[in-house]
Write a new protein. Structure first.
Length: 487
């Protein structure tokens, strides 16, 4: 749009919001109105170079890595205060950019963003070093030195929250950051970086470069030789590309990739609770969640009843304008993504399964869709749809349930609904995933490891796992001379 009526979101480099070196821009589209709502600086290699140079300077010469975790923590808490004070603007930005219901952005994403900064600020201060007592005449302790310049590549499904999940630990441990938000949801990153400056975080510590992935700012950033860590969340295929780029520079990389979460419901489960959580697990954020419980396996005696109750609850969800407080499901995040999800709905409708409820909606919406009678080798079961589409399948034994759950290349998370304590523990051990939720979903403890196995990722973040990734752990070994030797 060049009529000048749209808002502009620039890069934030060295503490200043700015245009691209070559002046190029792109439009960001509101997927509910299916129309552009703002213009964004379109970054390329020159902008990435500028941002990495600013982050490098702030790291090599600036106060941030040297000021100590208490002072950094104070500034990060002030940053969190400002995020809370600007909650409405941030929530509106994400809701407009990617169509997520305002109750989600306002009620969860923005508070969780502030909480991430508070948690990692405190955690870094409290876990800054360890003493390793020794009886060999040596005193051994650890130091966690900041790694340097961190490249953070964020996805569009939780734009602000996922950015903070990367930026908060990186900053808390004294690094400087260049954040590349997803091109579908760039606005909140600019707002975030400007709030960092307002909070008193020194210029160059948190930079934002907008643009596309392959052949764009994303690629330039992940290939940059002056980057010391890469943290990425997105598609598994992109993870492979980024991993190869990182390998060329020997840059450590943390990858949070896709998922195909299995949700196991046993006949002894509290069915009311299992239905309620299963609905949240697949339809929150229109299913655009890496952790989505997109495969539900139900023990045969309760299969029919569960399927009926789940389908009824799915059909009752309110689909509509993301800005309305009553809306529970908004549109898919972009036309391109809608086309992807549509292809899976059409596959189900073409006879690959039985659509119990749901189907395509108006515009770029997909109604909450429940599909039964799908063969296990179907793409509906094996591939990440990333939309409000769930496949429900019966099973006959605990062993079969585990085999089904472990039967895809992904391994991010699984859910188990059972009242049998022994089974819950057995399954928690047997499931090949990074997180198992028993009788719940989405409950996060920021101290816990978060990440996946197989195609779901490499590495873990959260608590001390983030510390290991965003620092260079160092061992200091000091000899303690015996008194006689000193005399
Ligand atoms: O992801 P991409 P897309 C899955 C989900 C979705 C699919 C495609 O199944 O349907 O991925 O989504 C940047 N070098 N998830 O295309 O391409 C890109 O600009 C450097 C799962 O949006 O992986 C954006 O900032 N960067 C998921 C980010 O990577 C590159 C969240 C994610 O984009 C790049 C999102 C490159 N070569 C999608 N190519 C999850 N795990 O939660 C792209 N990017």
């Amino acid at each position: 749009m060049s009529d000048g009526t749209h808002r502009f979101f620039g890069h934030v480099i060295d503490g200043e919001e700015c245009a691209s070196a070559d002046g190029r821009r792109f439009e960001t589209v509101d997927p509910w109105r299916r129309a552009p709502w703002a213009e964004v600086a379109l970054g390329g290699a020159a902008d990435v170079d500028r941002a990495v140079a600013a982050a490098r300077r702030a790291f090599d010469e600036g106060p941030w890595p040297r000021m100590g975790s208490a002072e950094r923590g104070r500034l990060l808490h002030r940053f969190a205060d400002l995020i809370e004070a600007h909650a409405e603007e941030l929530a509106q930005a994400d809701t407009t950019d990617m169509g997520k219901p305002i109750t989600e952005t306002r009620g969860k994403d923005v508070p969780r963003t502030a909480a991430n900064f508070r948690f990692f600020a405190d955690h870094a201060r409290l876990t800054a070093a360890e003493a390793l007592p020794s009886d060999t005449g040596h005193h051994v302790y650890t130091r966690y030195e900041p790694a340097g310049v961190v490249a953070a590549i964020a996805p569009w499904n939780f734009p602000l929250m996922m950015a903070s999940w990367k930026v908060a630990p990186a900053l808390a441990w004294g690094n400087t950051v260049v954040l590349k938000p997803a091109e579908q949801s760039p606005a909140s990153a600019t707002l975030l970086a400007k709030l960092a400056v307002e909070a008193g975080i020194p210029a160059g510590v948190l930079n934002v470069v907008h643009g596309f992935g392959g052949d764009g700012a994303g690629q330039a950033l992940t290939e940059h030789p002056d980057v010391d860590r890469i943290t990425f969340t997105g598609e598994s295929a992109t993870g492979r590309v980024i991993s190869a780029a990182a390998a060329r520079n020997l840059t450590p990389v943390s990858l949070e990739l896709g998922g195909k979460g299995a949700n196991l419901v046993f006949a002894d489960a509290d069915l009311d609770s299992a239905v309620e959580w299963s609905i949240k697990a697949i339809f929150t954020n229109a299913g655009q969640v890496c952790l989505a419980g997109s495969r539900i396996y139900v023990e045969r005696p309760v299969y029919q009843e569960f399927l009926e109750r789940l389908s009824k609850a799915a059909a009752a969800l309110r689909l509509g304008a993301p800005g309305e407080e009553s809306t529970q499901i908004g549109p898919l995040s972009s036309q391109e993504h809608y086309e992807k999800v549509r292809s899976y709905v059409e596959l189900a409708e073409s006879g690959e399964g039985r659509v119990v409820t749901g189907g395509l909606g108006d515009g770029w919406t997909v109604r909450p869709t429940v599909v039964a009678d799908v063969p296990e080798d179907s793409r509906l079961v094996r591939e990440e749809i990333f939309g409000p589409v769930v496949v429900v399948t019966p099973f006959d034994s605990e062993r079969e349930a585990v085999e089904l759950a472990n039967g895809t290349p992904f391994g991010l998370n699984a859910m188990v609904f059972t009242e049998n304590l022994h089974r819950a523990h057995r399954l928690s051990a047997a499931l090949d995933v990074g997180t198992v939720w028993v009788n719940c979903f989405f409950v996060r403890d920021l101290r816990a490891p978060f990440g996946g196995v197989g195609d779901s990722g490499v590495g873990r973040e959260g608590g001390t796992y983030s510390r290991e990734f965003f620092t260079e752990p160092k061992a200091v070994v000091m000899r303690i001379a015996a008194a006689e030797a000193q005399a």
